[in-house]
Ligand binder design. Structure first.
Ligand code: TRH
Length: 384
């Protein structure tokens, strides 16, 4: 959608805690607001190198740059001012610069202040979404916006053409994807699994189960925290260069580079099962319409267990009992870093039912409303 000079200006502030998801979600939302809603978007981010991993076009040395229509500003070197800004998104309650907030308070028409929070399927999200609390010093209302899995929440971010592109990703496109990576097309009888997880995951246990399975599996692992454990399982051969397939028993391993965010969806579409983590890859795996195992970001107070239970409760409601139980048992062990070897056969045997459900789930989720559209409507309704 073309951006007119008079288009509303949105500031998004992103502080990278760790990993890639803070930047991953903010970059996706920035592009949705610009491309699908015609807004002028400025993304203020404190660690450009993390964004560059997701979007290689980013110049980590540039204090400001326009990439894909988004004004990307290095928060650590530039001073942000709110004049002329219509809406400001404080991503994951990262905190806005004090100077920015005090300048907001002096404006006769301050920007609408939205705190975009983390995704959760927990029931309390419905009643908390859309509430405001006044800033302790300046009294400005901070509006809490929660992504979620019900119509009462902010929904999930999704590009308008995503399902069309996903459904056009046929055998020819899939073969092209593997060839671009310098790899052969997996055989029809090979169960293709992508692995994106935190280091705590019981990887060796999973690989043992796959290797001793009577049916062949291909495990595809982008560069990341679990690669050392995966390579350790394959011994010296596991240190194979990206692109080669090394084997142990029924398991074949393919190591990939970390893909640009724009290509990660194709990996999810090319696989039969995706092990994902955090928030953005978790959402993309659901849009992919393929079975998924989610490892939530670990939190000291055990909140990640509650988040997983809440998600499994709503996700498995539509799955045939046996397959739902197999998915839940494996997911809980995977997230708790307890053994999964004995749980793998039941999960593998539930493939057809999990595939059927995954497709239905992505369609049901899409019917709940898309996050960027809800953000725009929310911002418009709050403008005085
Ligand atoms: O990297 P993460 O663990 O990020 C986490 C979560 O966002 C979590 O909610 C947050 O609290 C924590 O950071 C601070 O997982 P996530 O959210 O899936 O983000 C990973 C991003 O990387 C996502 O946008 C997908 C993308 N990606 C690629 O672009 N290429 C790849 O090859 C892979 C594996 C992922």
């Amino acid at each position: 959608m073309a951006v007119t000079p008079s288009a509303p200006v949105w500031d998004i502030f992103c502080k990278v805690v760790d990993n890639y998801g803070d930047a991953g979600v903010c970059w996706r939302v920035a592009r949705l607001l610009h491309h699908q809603h015609g807004l002028q978007v400025r993304l203020w981010i404190d660690r450009l190198p993390i964004l560059q991993v997701l979007c290689p076009a980013i110049d980590v040395a540039a204090p400001e740059q326009v990439i894909d229509g988004i004004e990307v500003r290095d928060w650590s070197t530039l001073v942000a001012q709110p004049s002329g800004v219509d809406v400001v998104i404080e991503a994951f309650a990262c905190g806005l610069p004090e100077t920015y907030v005090s300048a907001m308070a002096r404006l006769t028409r301050p920007p609408v202040w939205i705190v975009l929070d983390y995704l959760s399927a927990e029931s309390w999200v419905d009643s908390h979404h859309g509430l405001a609390s006044p800033h302790p010093s300046f009294g400005l209302p901070r509006w809490y916006f929660y992504p979620g899995f019900t119509a009462a929440t902010g929904g999930l971010p999704r590009e308008q053409d995503l399902f069309q592109r996903r459904d056009a990703f046929d055998a020819v496109a899939r073969a092209g994807f593997w060839r671009r990576l310098g790899m052969s097309v997996p055989a029809r009888d090979e169960f293709v699994v992508s692995l994106f997880a935190y280091a705590q995951a019981p990887v060796t246990d999973l690989l043992t189960a796959m290797a001793e399975d009577p049916r062949p599996t291909v495990l595809v692992v982008p560069a990341g925290a679990v690669v050392p454990a995966v390579q350790g399982f394959f011994g010296a051969t596991g240190s194979g260069t990206t692109g080669a397939t090394v084997r142990r028993g029924a398991l074949g391993l393919r190591l990939l580079p970390f893909l640009p965010q724009s290509e990660y969806d194709e990996l999810l579409w090319a696989c039969d099962l995706n092990l994902v983590r955090g928030e953005d890859s978790f959402v993309r795996a659901q849009w992919a319409g393929k079975p998924l195992i989610w490892q939530p970001y670990r939190q000291d107070d055990g909140a990640h267990h509650r988040k997983l239970q809440a998600f499994l409760q709503c996700y498995t409601a539509g799955i045939e009992t046996g397959a739902g139980a197999a998915l839940s048992a494996f997911s809980e062990a995977w997230s708790a870093s307890t053994p999964v070897r004995a749980l793998w056969p039941a999960l593998r045997a539930s493939r057809d039912e999990l595939e059927r459900h995954a497709r239905n789930w992505s369609a049901e989720l899409a019917d709940l409303g898309e996050m960027s559209a809800k953000l725009v409507e929310f911002g418009r309704n709050k403008v005085k």
